[in-house]
Design a binder for this molecule. Structure first.
Ligand code: DC
Length: 220
């Protein structure tokens, strides 16, 4: 029996993970956050101070894996759960840089395809609809203006100590967008058959509703 695969791609901060989680819960699919895989590789490279030239050879020792505990994804480096450690601005920027390395993308390719072969999933990332799951049943490209994405991130961080200024968050987002869309291997871009959803003027509920509607329509 073939599984149902839904691809959601888009830039950093468009709300992909929050919205994809809401929609997965509604539809009873597993939500797969592929950014966590790239972040874990970035953590591995950073923790072990691996030089750029040695990254490809070192990947065979990285041992990155995903587990789904009560439907929630956890990411492991060896037997260590690093799901929370990978959520720092430093690792965000390192992941954006190291994810441009073709050997890193090749290393994570099979991991992602295997999960999709074995489960009904909503998978979010940058190249899911274009490279990882070109035959996905539904493809969505989720975006919002850079200012609105920075604004949302700022509101999230405002409750925490050491919240960076809005301008720094916006600068980071613009830099990550540039890196993610201009890399040579699997750059962030909308697949030809993806439906564009712009959430600049939508709240989370409205965005999740719109995506659920598109998925139901495409699958019917
Ligand atoms: O979605 P995120 O912010 O957790 O992703 C972290 C970085 O990983 C992002 O800058 C780009 C990269 N990434 C990627 O290249 N391909 C994916 N499928 C997911 C993330």
């Amino acid at each position: 029996m073939s599984t149902i695969n839904i691809a959601i791609d888009g830039p950093a901060g468009a709300g992909k993970s929050t919205i994809a989680k809401m929609v997965s819960a509604k539809l009873g699919y597993i939500y797969v956050d592929t950014g966590a895989l790239y972040r874990t590789i970035a953590l591995y490279i950073t923790e072990n101070s691996i030089a750029d030239d040695d990254i490809e050879a070192s990947l065979k020792n990285a041992d990155v894996s995903l587990k789904f505990i009560d439907g929630a994804q956890r990411v492991y480096l060896g037997d260590r759960d690093v799901s929370d450690l990978i959520r720092t601005p430093e690792i965000s920027m390192a992941a954006s840089r190291t994810s441009a390395i073709p050997a890193v993308r090749a290393y994570l390719y099979e991991t992602q395809q295997k999960i999709a072969r074995e489960n009904n999933i909503i998978m979010d990332g940058r190249d899911i609809g274009t490279v990882i799951l070109p035959n996905a049943d539904v493809k969505i490209f989720l975006t919002a203006s850079a200012e609105e994405r920075a604004n949302r991130r700022y509101k999230e961080l405002a409750e925490k100590p050491d919240c960076p200024p809005y301008e720094d968050i916006l600068k980071d987002i613009i830099q990550r967008d540039y890196q993610d869309t201009h890399r040579e291997t699997a750059p962030l871009k909308q697949a030809e058959d993806a439906v564009l959803v712009d959430t600049t003027k939508l709240d989370l509920e409205q965005s999740a509703e719109e995506i659920t509607r598109i998925i139901k329509e495409k699958l019917s």
